[in-house]
Write a protein that binds this ligand. Structure first.
Ligand code: T1G
Length: 703
């Protein structure tokens, strides 16, 4: 068993090398190994300086998140105990940062006397993204080193800074361009010894507030209010940094631990840590060897230069991949290319990318009107009108012109990928790549594994999804795949509640108060009531027994009220204003009367329960059918593609937190209390019943 820490002495320098793959997570063993090595160095009279470095490709990924919630996390030496000991070392300690130094990994560096880095190193305190805050001195030491403004921005955003920025801020002492970082670090340590460089401690520093604007913290809170709405940890981060100004280090560290513990026990922290591991689990496909040879994707063809096709093209160009964008009409192609340039110019104006990067990306996207130009591409993505016949004819064309081994993907959001594959002679090369609009912004990519999709095709597109910085989630074949299939019952309940007497604004506010980015009725107005109507065409026979199913949407559609695009849907749109529409409320009243549905006052709690439980119940069916490999995949779909609050971890995580017994009881309550509607739609999924009876959670379920 290789030790997680190597210790050696070269001359007067002790070297402590972290060696705990994959990321030097500061679990109990590594923490104990560091402190044992430190004791050796302190007790060795020959040692005059200590270098801490890493044998991994990065320096340290922080505390071991997999220890959270276990007793190992509190087994001494814990970071808040050990770092002050290092900070008070009588011998200078040098942190040699060879890559990422994140969370506790950066806090370890802050407790050292000197910090040196390679040019590509990256330093950050991402704890807030896990629903917590730096709990080992980061909120106290960082402001002392780089000032409260920069420190607060780093801590509340959770985003890392590069080595040059760290040098400019005074967070590190030197950047070394070297192929032999260890030798360089030892030489640097010897120089410190020769020059009798002093040991340093943050305890001797106070936070420099001479340039701090008067209302800095109040203004900072206002500036982050929108993007941190509903999150618990950001406010505690601010309080911790305020403490760094008001309190001496030791007292500030105590305050930091109190605030850390306040965050650590919240459902939000569990939710965000759940999503952290979910992102990494999504790439693991049961039964597939991740080391299988993949197809080489050097160029991509995209069919359709509309909003989706253009957005998809930008993803690949941004990753440096050549794109051929095909349209059948010249003017449509021109419009598409113009829209792409316009999108880039908007981003450049916002400072999100340089003009040279913009030109480079645009230069990688070339338009064409001929399928023949796609004969050499490695991957084609069809993004034409959502009509199965049109898609079939496109795939027949692609089957003729594309080279053997090219991957043929459809961007359909709910049509049958097997039916599309069946018109080609190469169903093994066909897959679904469901991008979410706007495709160049939304992170979610639903990968639809069709019945005959080859394993290497699946793994190749998973890898490619990571290259274009998407969050890929694999779905099996069913109507609506994972997202839209679960979004349908959620939307059914939202519109049904309007029939039963809630106003669209009340339904939407209940959902945004729950944490959703937008309420369903606002979403459907934005996406287009006509789009939803067309999508439901594919499941009409399943809905016929329920005359009230989405009847309001159908009627608005037939009235030509498609939503934002026509200025009226569930709401009236005047400029940027979204206004309640008395005509819709009247329409719901008359429709309810027609259908013998009695209207009543409805609580926000009922709105949330009926919409979210209906979604969760469908998710249970999806798991049971094997359409999704794991509940955390479903959570990634909704937190990355549908505006479900990340601080709740996704619908399945939320249900696990509430308790499946509570969700089941809710389903049964509505099943019995809502008459015909309840009987039609609140039948609990067998898996929900089974897991609830076993006292288990969706997280426990493996297909
Ligand atoms: N703990 C446990 N496992 C971790 C981990 C961590 N900190 N970081 C990564 N892993 C696992 C990950 O799940 C995956 O496992 C494998 O390592 C490779 O990860 C006191 C309390 C470091 C930039 O938030 O940002 O310090 O899937 O695929 O792309 O204040 O991992 O192979 O089984 O992401 O090279 C704060 C989180 C902790 C950093 C490397 N630190 N990690 O990226 O590899 S809280 C973080 C990352 C804390 C202190 C507090 C990235 C990375 P598997 P990967 P990568």
């Amino acid at each position: 068993m290789t030790p997680v820490v190597n210790y050696e002495v070269q001359g007067e320098v002790a070297i402590i090398t972290l060696n705990s793959p994959p990321v030097n997570g500061l679990g109990f063993k590594l923490r104990a190994g560091i402190m044992n090595s430190y004791e050796n160095a302190i007790n060795d009279a020959a040692v005059k300086a200590i270098v801490i470095t890493s044998a991994q490709k990065l320096f340290c990924g922080g505390a071991d998140i997999s220890e959270f919630g276990t007793e190992k996390m509190n087994m001494e030496p814990v970071l808040p105990t050990m770092l002050p000991v290092l900070e008070e070392s009588p011998k200078p300690i040098i942190a040699a940062i060879n890559g990422f130094a994140l969370g506790g990994g950066l806090e370890l560096c802050l407790a050292c006397d000197y910090r040196i880095a390679l040019p590509h190193a990256s330093l950050g305190l991402p704890e807030v993204k896990l629903g917590i805050l730096p709990g080992a001195g980061g909120t106290q030491r960082l402001p002392r080193l780089i000032g409260p403004q920069k420190a607060l921005e780093m801590i509340v955003s959770g985003n890392p800074i590069n080595a040059q920025t760290a040098l400019d801020l005074g967070l590190i002492d030197h950047i070394f361009k070297t192929d032999d970082f260890l030798t360089t670090a030892i030489e640097y340590a010897n120089q410190l010894i020769e020059s009798k460089a002093p040991v340093k401690s943050c305890a001797d520093l106070s936070v420099d507030i001479k340039d701090l604007p008067n209302n800095f913290f109040t203004d900072f809170r206002t500036s982050i209010a929108r993007r941190t709405k509903g999150f618990f940890a950001p406010e505690r981060c601010i309080q911790a940094v305020e403490a760094s100004i008001e309190l001496p280090l030791a007292a500030g560290l105590k305050k930091e631990i109190e605030l850390f513990q306040e965050c650590a026990v919240t459902p939000q922290a569990r939710a965000q840590q759940h999503l952290f591991f979910a992102e990494r689990a999504a790439g693991r496909i049961p039964g597939l060897d991740p080391k299988m040879p993949l197809r080489d994707i050097k160029s991509v063809g995209i069919i359709g230069a509309g909003t989706m096709g253009g957005g998809i093209a930008m993803n690949f160009a941004n990753a440096g991949i050549e794109v051929k964008l095909l349209e059948i009409k010249g003017d449509a192609l021109e419009r598409g290319l113009k829209a792409i340039r316009n999108n880039y110019e908007i981003s450049a104006k916002r400072g999100k990318l340089t003009s040279e990067k913009m030109e480079k990306s645009i230069g990688l996207i070339n338009g064409t009107l001929s399928y023949d130009d796609l004969s050499d591409v490695d991957l084609v993505i069809e993004a034409v009108f959502e009509n199965i016949e049109i898609k079939k004819s496109v795939f027949q064309q692609l089957d003729k012109v594309c080279k053997p081994g090219a991957i043929l993907a459809t961007n359909t959001s709910y049509l049958d990928v097997d039916a599309i594959a069946a018109v080609t002679k190469r169903p093994q090369d066909v897959i679904g790549l469901h991008f979410f609009s706007p495709a160049n912004v939304m992170k979610l990519l639903e990968i639809v594994r069709a019945t005959h999709t080859a394993n290497d095709v699946l793994l190749t597109v998973l890898k490619t999804a990571q290259r274009i910085k998407k969050t890929p989630v694999v779905s099996g074949i069913c109507w609506g795949f994972i997202g839209n299939r679960m979004f349908e019952p959620y939307g059914r309940e939202a519109t049904r509640l309007v029939l039963e007497g809630a106003t669209p604004a009340q339904v939407d506010k209940a959902l945004t108060d729950f944490g959703c980015a937008m309420g369903f009725l606002s979403v459907i107005d934005m996406a287009g009531i006509d789009v939803g109507f067309m999508a439901r065409e594919g499941i009409r026979e399943r809905l016929n027994h329920d005359p009230s199913y989405q009847v309001l949407c159908d009627r608005l559609n037939n009235l030509g009220r498609f939503g934002q695009k026509t200025g009226r849907g569930f709401y009236i749109y005047e400029g940027r204003d979204r206004l309640e529409d008395p005509e819709v409320i009247e329409l719901s009243k008359t429709t309810a009367k027609e259908l013998n549905i009695s209207q009543r006052n409805i609580s926000d709690e009922e709105i949330v329960e009926r919409t979210i439980y209906a979604m969760v119940n469908e998710g249970a069916r999806i798991l049971e059918e094997g359409v999704s490999y794991r509940s955390s995949d479903i959570d990634l779909v909704f937190t990355n593609g549908y505006g479900f609050p990340a601080f709740r971890g996704g619908p399945m995580q939320y249900a696990d937190e509430v308790g499946l017994d509570v969700v089941l009881a809710g389903m049964k309550k509505y099943q019995s209390e809502l008459g015909e509607h309840g009987k039609n739609w609140f039948e609990p999924a067998p898996l929900l019943e089974k897991l609830a009876a076993q006292g288990k959670s969706f997280k426990d379920y493996q297909a």
